[in-house]
Write a protein that binds this ligand. Structure first.
Ligand SMILES: [Mg+2]
Length: 307
């Protein structure tokens, strides 16, 4: 790096640490982020059960029981065990499943009612209700497989998808490239919050609140169970909202536990159609977020005038 470049980058750094990002163009924190878990939240069953496990002749209940048993026996991370075991079993069954095959399996993954139309419906609702320009982004953070998610019909609706992933090339068996556990899901919430979505960039450097492009207050996290607790807790303790879903017509006990423990603002059956309880309750949270954005913008204007 030349001295001139160093000086330029130093002065850029100094400037950005003094001036809040809004000063140049007006109040900018008008992006709402809706963040979803996948298995059990957008889709009724774990994604591996729709194509992968049938393809290798595995019974899902037996497979997950073996994952749990091995993880317990070896004190291993369950997610690494499942990623390893999937391919060990495929190899034993003489079935070769490449990256493209996993993507193709995504087409067979079932989604809850209304999920496909949900993205447009929510965006239309925000357009209708927002009095100033507000945009919405959808994100997914899943312990499931990025490759399978890429094959689902809803993949293009996401601004970004953070999920577990394999290396395929250099190993006899595909090897985990990224494993997203319950607790490290929260890293991705901070990536959304700080606008650091390039996974090659470190997320740990300090960034003052006023420089973070999507405040937690503009976020809603959707999940279905215990594996979402860290994400729900991080979102809510930083001023955002969380919603739990349960299978329509199925057990609500987990959601009720989460609600009683104040992990979530609302819970509802995973029916994403317009007019459903989930749609209505999400819209209530969006109304509050839209009002908050206007309040913060007004305060920001006063503060700019007062300084
Ligand atoms: Mg889930």
């Amino acid at each position: 790096m030349s001295d001139r470049t160093k000086a330029a980058s130093r002065s850029k750094r100094t400037q950005s640490s003094i001036k809040p990002v809004e000063t140049a163009k007006g109040y900018e924190k008008r992006t709402i982020a809706l963040v979803y878990d996948f298995d059990g939240t957008l889709s009724p069953k774990p994604m591996q059960e729709y194509g992968f496990l049938p393809a290798i002749g595995e019974d899902p209940a037996a497979f997950w029981a073996e994952v749990n048993r091995k993880a317990y026996e070896h004190e291993a991370e369950g997610l690494i065990v499942y990623m390893h075991l999937m391919y060990q079993k495929a190899k034993a069954a003489g079935v070769e499943i490449r990256r493209d095959d996993l993507v193709a399996l995504g087409r067979g993954v079932e989604l809850f009612k209304g999920v496909e139309a949900w993205f447009d419906e929510i965006e239309n609702y925000i357009k209708l209700r927002a009095e100033t320009a507000v945009s919405v982004r959808h994100y997914m953070i899943s312990s499931g497989l990025k490759e399978i998610i890429e094959g689902t019909t809803i993949y293009p609706r996401f601004h970004n998808v953070f999920a577990s992933e394999y290396f395929f090339e250099p190993y006899e068996l595909p090897f985990p490239k990224r494993v997203i556990t319950d607790t490290n899901k929260t890293q991705y919430l901070f990536r959304i919050n700080k606008g650091v979505e390039d996974l090659r960039q470190s997320i740990n450097s300090h960034m003052p609140e006023d420089q973070r492009p999507i405040p937690f207050a503009n976020m809603v996290y959707f999940g279905d169970g215990d594996t979402d607790v860290p994400s729900m807790a991080v979102t809510r303790s930083n001023g955002g909202c969380a919603v739990a879903v349960h299978p329509p017509g199925g057990k609500q006990a987990k959601c009720q536990d989460l609600y009683r423990a104040k992990r979530v603002d609302f819970y509802a059956p995973a029916d994403y159609r317009r007019g459903s309880d989930l749609f209505r309750r999400t819209c209530l949270l969006l109304d509050r977020i839209l009002a908050d954005i206007r309040v913060r913008e007004e305060m920001w204007t006063l503060q700019s005038d007062a300084t």
